[in-house]
Design a protein around this ligand. Structure first.
Ligand code: G3H
Length: 227
C-alpha cells in the first residue's frame, strides 16, 4: 500500500517527502483553509506542492458546482502541473464532469465516497482514484473500516481498462485518523492511504521501538566505556 499525505501544509509535505516513502498528496478546501491561504493564492499554492512532489500525484479540489463549471475548472487545474489530479466530490454533476475530463486524459480523484455503489459509479464514470472516508464513519459511531472493505472488494472485482488514461482505479483510503486505520486498509488491500501528518508520525513511532533504541544505546555506551 502506498502512503499519501493528506495536507496542504508545505512544511508537513517537505518533512514527509524527506522520509523517502511518500507517493502523493491530497488536499481539500478545509486543509487549504487551515494553512491560512487566500483565495487568490490557491492555484500558486497547488503549483508549489506539485513542484515539490514532481512525478507524484497531487489532488487539488474543484469548487465548481455545475458539470460545465467542473469541466472548466478541472481542465484549468490539470493544466497547472502535469501531476495535478482533479478532486471532485461525488454527485450527478461530478460524474458527468469526470466522464468528460477522463476522456481528455485528466485524472480525477472522486472524493466523499461513503459506499461501494458510490465508488462503482465514480469508477464507471472514469475516476482514476476513489476516496472512501473511514474516520467520518467512526465519528458518527459507524464502522468506517467495514465500509472501506466493501469498496475495496467491489472495485477489485472489475477491470477498469478503458475508463481512464491509466486503465486503473485506485482506492485512496481517506479520513484516516489512526495507525490502526492504516493497518486495516493495508490488510484488505487498499491501494493507498492518505494520512494527515499527525497520524503519519504516529505510524512511524512505537513505544517498544523507543525503548529498544534506548536499550541499544545504553548497552553500546558500556562497550565504548570498556575500551
Ligand atoms: O478529504 C479527505 C480527507 O481525508 C478527509 O479527512 P477528515 O475526515 O479528517 O477531514
Amino acid at each position: 500500500m502506498k502512503f499519501f499525505i493528506d495536507t496542504a501544509d508545505l512544511d508537513e509535505i517537505k518533512e514527509a517527502l524527506s522520509w523517502g516513502c511518500l507517493a502523493g498528496v491530497t488536499t481539500n478546501p478545509s486543509l487549504y483553509a487551515r494553512t491560512g491561504g487566500k483565495l487568490a493564492d490557491f492555484e500558486d499554492h497547488m503549483v508549489k506542492i506539485a513542484k515539490m512532489c514532481e512525478g507524484l500525484p497531487v489532488s487539488a479540489e474543484s469548487q465548481a458546482k455545475t458539470t460545465e463549471g467542473m469541466i472548466e475548472e478541472g481542465r484549468h487545474l490539470a493544466s497547472l502541473a502535469p501531476n495535478i489530479v482533479v478532486k471532485l466530490p461525488i454527485c450527478a454533476e461530478s460524474l458527468a464532469a469526470t466522464h468528460q475530463l477522463a476522456s481528455e486524459g485528466v485524472r480525477i480523484n472522486m472524493t466523499l465516497i461513503f459506499s461501494a455503489p458510490q465508488a462503482l459509479l465514480a469508477a464507471n464514470a472514469g475516476a482514476r482514484y476513489v476516496s472512501p472516508f473511514v474516520g467520518r464513519f467512526d465519528d458518527i459511531g459507524e464502522d468506517g473500516i467495514a465500509e472501506l472493505a466493501n469498496v475495496v472488494t467491489a472495485i477489485g472485482n472489475y477491470d477498469w481498462t478503458g475508463k481512464n488514461v491509466d486503465n486503473v482505479c485506485e482506492i485512496i483510503t481517506a479520513s484516516v485518523r489512526t495507525p490502526n486505520h492504516v493497518t486495516q486498509a493495508a490488510l484488505m488491500g487498499a491501494d493507498i492511504a492518505t494520512v494527515p501528518f499527525g497520524a503519519l508520525k504516529k505510524c512511524l513511532k512505537h513505544p517498544l521501538t523507543d525503548q529498544g533504541m534506548a536499550n541499544f544505546d545504553a548497552d553500546w555506551a558500556k562497550v565504548v566505556a570498556a575500551q
